[in-house]
Write a protein that binds this ligand. Structure first.
Ligand SMILES: [Zn+2]
Length: 204
């Protein structure tokens, strides 16, 4: 029986914070400061950075029970990490989570964007173009948008996120929200054999 490889904490941290998708090792993404704000808007959010992303706000839907699940998911992350997560209401926040019926590929994802100074280089890197120098210190994030595909959530599956008494169900819908918040905070999936941002296990 094969022995699982072991990794140091530093190796795991490096892996989970730099291995972005098929482009393999890439720059670190990090939030400035000790507090990161989030919002679950009830009206169409203002999207500052769009680049090549579709205009998801066009299909915006009110959050409904998603707001309860998202608030719980942010709370779990807040318990877990050193950075403090603070909800803002009616004010643009650093992380925004929302529903849309017009997401790219009808998918659910987190899109993150750096501060203005690095925006152009970040865009080049996202397109797979060479970025010189390779930014070993990574980018400070400015905004992250989590878009949940409206077709797959609580309008069609009323019990996917909360039960009849309004308690959050720790099911696949909830775990998806936890997963996407992890991306918004700067974590990726990791490579085979490494610790991975969980997709199908209990959040705690
Ligand atoms: Zn993911």
């Amino acid at each position: 029986m094969a022995v699982k490889p072991t990794f140091s904490l530093d190796e795991i941290i490096f892996e989970l914070t730099t291995n972005w998708g098929e482009r393999q090792l890439g720059p670190l993404r990090k939030w400035p400061g000790n507090t990161v704000t989030f919002s679950i808007p009830g009206i169409v959010p203002t999207v500052v950075y769009v680049y090549d992303e579709p205009q998801e706000p066009a299909g915006f839907r009110p959050p409904g029970t998603m707001a309860l699940a998202a608030r719980e998911a942010f709370s779990l992350w807040d318990d877990l990490i050193a950075v403090s997560l603070q909800e803002l209401v009616g004010t643009p926040s650093q992380i925004t989570i929302a529903y849309s019926t017009s997401t790219k590929g009808n998918g659910t994802y987190a899109g993150s964007y750096p501060t203005d100074d690095d925006a152009d280089l970040f865009f080049f890197w996202q397109l797979g173009l060479p970025v010189e120098p390779p930014y070993p210190n990574g980018w400070f994030l400015d905004r992250s948008y989590i878009w949940l595909s409206g077709d797959n959530w609580d309008s069609l599956q009323p019990t996917a996120l909360v039960d009849t008494t309004g308690n959050v169900i720790y099911g696949s819908g909830f775990r998806t929200i936890v997963h996407e918040i992890g991306h918004a905070l700067g974590l990726d999936h990791g490579q085979d054999g490494m610790a991975k941002l969980p997709t199908a296990s209990p959040p705690l």
